[in-house]
Design a protein around this ligand. Structure first.
Ligand code: HT7
Ligand code: ZN
Length: 853
């Protein structure tokens, strides 16, 4: 593909106000009749140029009359009407597509016999010729036709159902979506499906029919998703004043899906892992994931669908904003403190490395070569952080006012990030926009001094390479022995302080006089900006923060810094004792005033990935793994008594999936994880074999595998045999096997690729084995390059079938430059080989960027 530039944006010369699609479904010869009205919107001398992708045209008509061959040009990738009429006209194009041959899972395909579509970003052109871009909004009428096979297939599309029935031995349904939408929000689903149904009455009293369609027999597993949907609908009304707008809202779960889910208007299509749940088969993390993704896709109805994006450069306009909204929803449904820790942990683990590596790009990029590769953690998670900073700067009331303005001003349009920002009462919107333009993570240096009763806190911004100074909201408190100091009388130089928010530009200093003891600053409370914090390492200060800080995020962060200090020391072969660390985190973990889910986080060591990130370079993956294992075992032994008490807490009932029960399980299992590493395995083995709740069973299994316990093999086999017919559970087994750190994961993964239930056709299965493997630091980054070669082989094969999934797997190479020379060179050689064999633009684009520089 060719590089697309933001500055080249130009509207189309024709509008497409309405489309009638007739889709006659067939596994290999689906006929698509597309009757679209076009009217001039710009230069009437321009030809009409429509996009296609692998299409076969069988008929072309203009205003009902067959077009002569000289009037148009049709290739698989393009349809050109050379001299369109100078007024409104109807173009009818009939194409044929083969769902069963569609292994890319873009456009129209079949998953387990169910027809479904995925059109974002550019999948519609694989169904029919169109202006396949987000700024062309069309009202759709869709007629779906299918053979009247046994089992009463459902035929679904966007909008409201107008009619359905049987006709000439076939079934049909007619859908009308009154809301103009871009092609990427179009969807069709057809097949034999079971359903859970409900109704939701909106705040203005309108009844909406809700349905979630799943594989027949699995209906009960969709009840939680239905509950999450109703809570999402209510929340968007109360928090944002947004009401649902159609008579029906349908969700369909399919088992072959490239991403998590898709927000098609009125017809969301989901990866079934984000719908199906049962406490026997799904973990608490699965439940919270379902709640978040159901909410996310539902919230897109306003942020994405009613107001869409002018072009794909504006992707963060819908994604960052919608992630912010789903994070807020989860915070309201569960625990704000825990949600924030989870969100920041994800950001630091995935986005910070992306922003520091060869795949870095701005939240709103200025160019891209392959749009599918722009669905990144930077666009989504960093995009959400930018919205959160905006919220922090202006506060909830003004934020809501700005959102109301946005909905009022831009409803029914395709907007830009500038349009959005213009709705908010920001002091310097242009300065804030720099957050959207620059790649890379800023660093803020924090210095403190205390002399003769005068305390100064100095903050200095250091932009990433090539980046500009940006306004940074620093939520802070200065903590004395007995609580936070009153900052209203503090002297502020350069920055401005409003309440507890300091607006930082180049630098800022806060001075407080007349103190009789040295205070400590708690900065970036709640992680108020996506920055690196450069503060002199000081375990004594972190211990004091653990005593004093009332901000749960910073409390957790201080505990992580302490643990990271010991972990880094272990990596370098130091001999720091674990006692002080064990005592500090043990105290918080045992503190009944804190919520259990928070205490569970404190018991989790920083990940191996975090250690890789803080080490300056030339990382030895084996030493990372060894340091992590050693410290986990040492802490487990040192904290044995505390952990035993935590494990002895009463267990919640196995089928209670509410947040409080999940928190209890998280605490008990985090304690168990450490204790198992410390040698206390008996109860863990029992739990791995006998637990009837999947969270407990999997946690025990993980603990045994992570500790390389002698019982792990038998426990894993028992798990496999018990759940091999449950695809989503079998995926968990594949992942644990891929993540084992016993030195033979590369060989094991190769063996597992020959498992009768492994298949490259199912993205969830590929991610569960190969994706998990790339997270196994010691195995993937094996010094002899065997891990890199394994991934390269899989990605090269997969490139022939599903380039999007192949390209995404390859992003695991994003950090190869952090490792030592043998690893770096092995990775580079492997990537050059992948590049030479790349077939798709998706893979070619990722590999080119990985190798650049
Ligand atoms: N907006 C959805 C994006 C998506 C997607 C993109 C590329 C290829 C396949 C895809 N499936 C879904 C998901 C979301 O953010 O809600
Ligand atoms: Zn989204």
């Amino acid at each position: 593909g060719q590089t697309v530039h933001l500055e080249d944006y130009a509207p189309t010369p024709y509008r497409a106000p309405s489309t009638t699609l007739m889709i006659a479904l067939h596994p290999t010869r689906t006929v698509v009749r597309n009757e679209t009205a076009y009217e001039p919107a710009g230069n009437v001398d321009d030809p009409l140029v429509l996009e296609g992708d692998g299409l076969v045209l069988v008929e072309a008509q203009l205003d009902g009359m067959a077009l002569s061959a000289s009037a148009y040009e049709a290739t698989p990738d393009r349809f050109v009407l050379k001299v369109p009429p100078k007024k409104r006209f109807t173009l009818t194009l009939v194409t044929i597509v083969s769902p069963d041959d569609n292994t890319e899972l873009m456009g129209l395909y079949r998953s387990n016999g169910v027809y479904c579509t995925q059109c974002e970003a550019e999948g519609f052109r694989r169904i029919t010729y169109a202006y396949d871009r987000p700024d062309v909004l069309t009202v759709y009428d869709v007629l779906v036709l299918a053979d009247d096979t046994p089992g009463e297939p459902v035929l679904l599309s966007n909008g409201n159902l107008i009619a359905s029935g049987k006709m000439g031995g076939r079934r049909y349904s007619h859908w009308h979506d009154p809301f103009p939408k871009p092609t990427y929000l179009f969807a069709v689903v057809a097949g034999v499906l079971g359903a859970v149904t409900d109704t939701f009455t909106t705040q203005s009293g309108k009844a909406v029919d809700l349905a979630i369609y799943v594989e027949p027999g699995k209906e009960a597993r969709a009840e939680y998703a239905m509950d999450a949907l109703k809570r999402s609908m209510r929340w968007d009304e109360t928090r944002f004043g947004r009401e649902y707008d159609l008579d029906v809202f349908n969700i369909v779960a399919v088992s072959d899906f490239n991403m998590g889910a898709m927000e098609n208007k009125g017809l969301n299509v989901f990866n079934d892992r984000y719908v199906l749940a049962d406490p026997r088969l799904a973990t608490d993390t699965d439940y919270s994931g379902i709640e978040a993704v159901i909410a996310h896709e539902y919230f897109h109805n306003w942020t994405g669908n009613r107001i869409t994006c002018r072009d794909w450069f504006q992707l963060c306009l819908k994604e960052g904003l919608t992630v912010f909204r789903d994070q807020e929803f989860s915070a309201d449904m569960r625990s704000r403190a825990v949600e924030r820790i989870e969100d920041v942990r994800r950001l630091r683990l995935a986005q910070f490395p992306e922003d520091a590596g060869p795949l870095r790009h701005p939240v709103r990029p200025a160019e891209y070569a392959e749009i599918s590769n722009l669905y990144t953690t930077t666009v989504y998670e960093k995009g959400a952080e930018l919205i959160r900073m905006l919220h922090t700067f202006i506060g909830e009331t003004a934020f809501r006012r700005g959102m109301d303005t946005y909905f009022e001003r831009f409803d029914g349009t395709a907007a830009t990030v500038e349009d959005f920002i213009s709705c908010f009462e920001l002091d310097e919107p242009d300065a804030f926009m720099r957050w959207y333009h620059d790649a890379g993570t800023p660093t803020v240096r924090v210095d403190e001094a205390y002399v003769d009763g005068r305390y100064s806190l100095q903050l200095t911004q250091c932009p990433p390479e090539g980046g500009a100074i940006k306004p940074i909201p620093v939520r802070l408190a200065v903590l004395g022995q007995t609580g936070a100091l009153d900052l209203s009388g503090a002297g502020v130089e350069e920055g401005s302080l409003c309440g507890d928010i300091l607006t930082l530009k180049e630098s800022a200093t806060i001075n407080i006089d007349g103190l009789n003891e040295e205070p400590i600053a708690s900065v970036f409370r709640g992680f108020s900006a996506p920055v690196h914090i450069d503060r002199p390492v000081d375990p004594v200060r972190d211990m004091a923060l653990l005593e004093r800080d009332s901000d749960p995020f910073n409390l957790w962060d201080a505990s992580q810094r302490l643990a990271l200090g010991v972990l880094v020391d272990r990596y370098w072969g130091g001999s720091l004792e674990v006692d002080a660390l064990a005592e500090s985190i043990g105290r918080i973990a045992a503190d009944p005033r804190m919520e259990p889910a928070f205490r569970a986080f404190v018991l989790q060591l920083p990940s191996r990935g975090t250690l890789v990130e803080v080490l300056a370079g030339d990382v030895d993956a084996d030493k990372v793994d060894a340091a992590h294992q050693e410290l986990t075992a040492a802490l487990g032994a040192a904290m044995a008594d505390t952990l035993a008490k935590l494990r002895a807490r009463p267990a919640p009932t196995a089928d209670d999936v509410r947040a409080a029960a999940a928190g209890e399980r998280a605490l008990r299992n985090a304690a168990q994880h450490l204790a198992t590493a410390g040698g206390a395995r008996e109860a863990t083995v029992r739990q791995a074999m006998e637990a009837t709740n999947m969270t407990d069973r999997l946690a025990a299994l993980n603990a045994l595998a992570a500790a390389n316990a002698p019982e792990a093999d038998a426990a894993l086999k028992a798990f496999h045999d018990a759940f091999e017919d449950e695809p989503l559970v079998l995926n968990k087994w594949f992942s644990i096997e891929a993540l084992r750190s016993d030195g033979r994961s590369v060989e094991r993964v190769r063996e597992l690729m020959a498992h009768p239930k492994f298949s490259l056709k199912n993205p969830n299965r590929v991610r569960s084995l190969i994706g998990a493997f790339t997270q196994n630091i010691a195995a993937f980054h094996r010094a002899d390059g065997a891990g890199y070669r394994l991934l390269a082989e899989v990605a090269t094969t997969l490139d022939q079938q599903n380039p999007q999934v192949a390209a995404r797997l390859l992003t695991a190479f994003g950090e190869y430059r952090r490792f030592d020379a043998p690893r770096r060179e092995a990775a580079r050689a492997v990537l050059q080989d992948v590049q030479a064999r790349a077939r798709s633009s998706d893979v070619a684009d990722i590999v080119r960027r990985l190798l650049k520089g």
